[in-house]
Design a protein around this ligand. Structure first.
Ligand SMILES: [Zn+2]
Length: 426
């Protein structure tokens, strides 16, 4: 009993302290989960943090009640391209009954794990940026290039009212951004992961129609038969992509994924479905993810000729969820060699604090980085978490205090290096 009491006292006292961990936990306690994210309170908190370390702040209301917070650390040479550090305010929902700790309590366990929805995705980087600047300022560091931090809404639901509008705003234009760091993902090993592209998501609906008929009749070109032929063709394509992964020749994110997500057919009846009528319509839906190395026009042709061909009485609809090429028509990829002047600066900044980067990757899913890349701005995805299980969107998402604190140190090096970069930036 006395031991438990001691722990309770110890943790309640600590949660009220003004330490980096206490501030991180306070930020995690705002419930910004969809479908009703609280954006106002975390923004007030971030503004008060920014004020306490002397950063400028402005809130942009590009969509009503979906604010973008922008913090700025002005440069000694404002004519140079600035650097932008982005994170999103929102998170996916959590099912509290499936968690060992309440998802918005930010419980710190005796072994140093901080449990919260958003601990990895991506509230850690949101606060690490600020802590790094706090420490750099305390050391008297003055940036040559302006440093901006943006906190955007709605990333988890596509970013269309968040980053997509932000990067096309007048205010964004005025920032004169030369390089962006956005969120990445945890690494289970000792090396930090870095992402130079996202896959582009497509929704594909294919519909077949044909003459209806008695369930007993065999005839050609029924809707179900035509749809099932397409499903077979798509399944074969899926296998060809999956085989490459299984053989270890590509990573998950480097192939085109296509996964069935719904099938819709049949004539409903009170007992389920009418069993003796072949229906005149049938439909299927697929989730597709295209790496930037793939030509989207080739996939479109494949869909038109093989997956939903008019010759089989089929129609299709492709729902493109976001950009796939930049304003110059180039794939949305950031160069990770020395022809991108920011790359060696970023890499050396990590090595300077004893860190190592693993081979740059394409992200299997999507982030707001695609909207910055669409503008032609080099953008990398990076979240400094090593030796950490990948728990984004999962139950019991947590981050260890030591990993979080190490991340602050990494950003001190990154922010000071990028903002001191004297070379030609494009
Ligand atoms: Zn995220």
């Amino acid at each position: 009993m006395p031991i438990i009491f001691f722990f309770l006292l110890f943790f309640s006292v600590h949660s009220q302290e003004d330490t980096p961990i206490a501030r991180f936990r306070r930020y995690l306690q705002f419930n910004t989960a969809h479908p009703n994210p609280n954006y106002a309170d975390p923004i007030s908190f971030l503004v008060s943090q920014a004020n306490s370390i002397g950063l400028q702040s402005q809130t942009l209301e590009l969509t009503p009640s979906k604010p973008v917070l922008l913090l700025t650390w002005p440069a000694s040479d404002p004519s140079l391209h600035s650097v932008l550090f982005n994170s999103h305010l929102d998170s996916v929902p959590a099912e509290p009954s499936k968690w060992s700790h309440p998802p918005f309590a930010a419980t710190l366990t005796p072994d140093g794990k901080i449990y919260a929805r958003g601990a990895q995705d991506d509230k850690c980087i949101a606060m690490q940026y600020l802590e790094a600047i706090r420490n750099l300022k305390a050391r008297g560091f003055i940036p040559l290039r302006t440093v901006h931090i943006s906190y955007v809404p709605d990333e988890e639901i596509g970013g269309f009212d968040g980053s997509a509008k932000f990067v096309t705003s007048r205010e964004f234009e005025d920032l004169n951004v030369g390089f962006v760091l956005d969120e990445g993902q945890a690494s289970t090993g000792d090396e930090f992961r870095v992402f130079y592209a996202d896959r582009s998501p497509w929704g594909l609906k294919i519909k077949a129609s044909g003459a209806p008929g008695h369930g007993s009749r065999m005839y050609d070109n029924g809707a179900m038969e035509n749809l099932m032929k397409s499903v077979e063709v798509i399944t074969k394509f899926r296998e060809s992509q999956f085989d490459v992964i299984k053989a270890g020749e590509a990573m998950n994110s480097e192939v085109v994924s296509v996964n069935p997500v719904y099938l819709k057919a049949g004539i409903p009846s009170p007992s389920g479905f009418v069993m003796n009528v072949q229906p005149s319509e049938a439909e299927a839906g697929f989730d597709l993810r295209l790496p930037p190395t793939v030509d989207p026009d080739l996939i479109k042709r494949r869909i038109a000729e093989e997956w939903g061909p008019a010759r089989r009485n089929m129609t299709y609809e492709i729902i493109e969820k976001g950009p796939i090429r930049d304003y110059m028509g180039r794939p949305l990829m950031t160069v990770t060699n020395n022809s991108n002047p920011w790359w060696p600066v970023f890499k050396q900044a990590i090595e300077a604090v004893g860190g190592k980067l693993s081979r740059p990757e394409i992200l299997a899913s999507t982030t707001d980085a695609r909207f910055m890349r669409e503008r032609g701005i080099p953008t990398l995805g990076f979240s400094p978490m090593t030796n950490t299980p990948i728990l984004l969107h999962d139950h019991n998402e947590f981050l260890k205090d030591t990993v979080y604190l190490r991340g602050i140190e990494v950003y001190e090096s990154i922010i000071s290096s990028l903002s001191s970069f004297k070379g030609k930036s494009h």
